[in-house]
Ligand binder design. Sequence first.
Ligand code: LMR
Length: 335
Amino acid sequence: MKFSTTRLAASLGLSLTLGLAAMTAQAAPTVIKFSHVVAESTPKGQGALKFKELAEAALPGQIEVQVFPNSQLFGDGKEMEALLLGDVQIIAPSLAKFDRYTKKLQVFDLPFMFDDVAALDRFQASPAGQELLDSMKSKGIQGLAYWHNGMKQMSTNKDQLVRPEDIKGLKFRIQSSDVLEAQFRQLGANPQKLAFSEVYQALQTGVVDGAENPWSNIYSQKLHEVQKTIAVTNHGALDYMVITNAGWWDGLPENVREALKKAMAGATEHANKLAAQINDRDQKRIAEAGKAKIQTLSKEDIAAWRTAMHPVWEKFQDGIGKDLIDAAQASNQPS
Ligand code: LMR
């Protein structure tokens, strides 16, 4: 009797220990690191925070999303490798930064491809656009969503910035994109690939004379303080693909993956709704700051930029595929 009481106590003790261990195991949530290179006040910064909010609310205690803005964890050049190594689970590089993984996404960088963000949105939502989310699976990258930032504006440290010939001979910072490199060479300028975190200093110290950015990136990085003129060219798009490590994603329990997909859809809606507002707000803030002149352009000026840049399309057509270029172009017509 005494023996069995002791055994009972021991077995109760064991169960308690196991129970506590299980609770402790449950209490440690899976950490999802989301790293990006821009400020929290930008569309991407806001989208990442929304994803954290929605994902943690959908999977309470099961996951924790840690957001690292401003290249704090990984900057350009490192974040893609870090994703493939499993050191970060979600990143959202600009569509200009995928040259090494697929040539198809170069379609987004072709100058004057999209008339506006609405056209870009239609293309991203189309079957051709959605297929691109899976286009890097064989390289270990799964696309989860597109997020908008906005159209790019050309800026320089010169007073005159109206026509394409005004940037001849100038040095420009570009993202790591062969299309953007060709675009500036086509205009007789000298492009230099630089990480986003280095842009302000490169402009400030004169390493480069100019850059191309949407308003939200210009304002949040204070680039208008180190540029004299920003021309409203809207000559290209700067949007993002939110991506994850395909192996990690496929290995998640199905209920977790589904909940994260939903959270991503909510974050996408939020970021995309805010993108235009943030860029409008930041354009106004730049105008009010009065440091750089905002140069509006006539239809004829815009046509001159378009004509001067257009030969770039031809150079990249084979790599991208004519069908994809046609599909992107078709998105300029609202259906
Ligand atoms: C850039 O490098 O200019 C952009 O891709 C930064 C960003 O993520 O918006």
